[in-house]
Design a protein around this ligand. Structure first.
Ligand code: IMP
Ligand code: MG
Length: 176
């Protein structure tokens, strides 16, 4: 099976949206310092572009997490593949995600981070696919709400490919 990528959100649209999101965050965090928590790997492109546009002092840490469905727990289980390097207690944290789909990953990540006593914790996602939500969660900052399509590019992958595309595209799967 192969796939074709159809451009859905252009690089220009993404850049404009990130500029808007950063302006809102700058306003909301005036006089504070922000600790960005970038969820690897999909959020890296978004997190860098967002960070470049923040005018308040910023620190950045990275973590890699995955959630796995588990019939015995309604929200599934969070596997931390790479934890943060530094503690977050007392810090104003913003978790930066590429996409919220079922909501499991972000909701379990939020729960885990809140237990580490940050001064505050907000969620920021480039994309939101509300049609597939299973866990009630809403990010304080959302870039684009998209339909229930599988997308790739701008950090998001299909089978680890296409992260480097400068735009976001819908993945069409082709039978051969
Ligand atoms: P959730 O736990 O179902 O919200 O899944 C979130 C994770 O699934 C994201 O961080 C992505 O890594 C991945 N994901 C969900 N939808 C897509 C998509 O359309 N393209 C690429 N990755 C996706
Ligand atoms: Mg992800």
């Amino acid at each position: 099976m192969g796939e074709i990528i159809h451009e859905m959100i252009t690089e220009k649209q993404i850049t404009e949206k990130i500029t808007e999101m950063a302006a809102q965050i700058n306003k909301d965090y005036e006089g504070k310092e922000i600790h960005l928590i970038c969820i690897l790997k999909g959020s890296v492109f978004f997190c860098c572009e967002l960070a470049k546009r923040l005018s308040v002092p910023v620190t950045i840490d990275f973590m890699a997490v995955s959630s796995y469905g588990d019939s015995t727990e309604s929200q599934g289980r969070l596997v931390v593949k790479k934890d943060l390097d530094e503690p977050v207690d007392g810090l104003h944290c913003i978790v930066v995600e590429d996409i919220v789909d079922t909501g499991s990953t972000l909701s379990l990540t939020k729960k885990m981070l809140l237990a580490r006593n940050p001064a505050s914790l907000k969620l920021c996602t480039l994309l939101d696919k509300p049609a597939r939500r299973e866990t009630e969660i809403e990010a304080e900052y959302t870039g684009f709400v998209i339909p229930d399509k599988f997308v790739a590019g701008y950090g998001l992958d299909y089978a680890q490919k296409y992260r480097n595309l400068p735009y976001i595209g819908e993945v069409e799967f082709i039978e051969d």
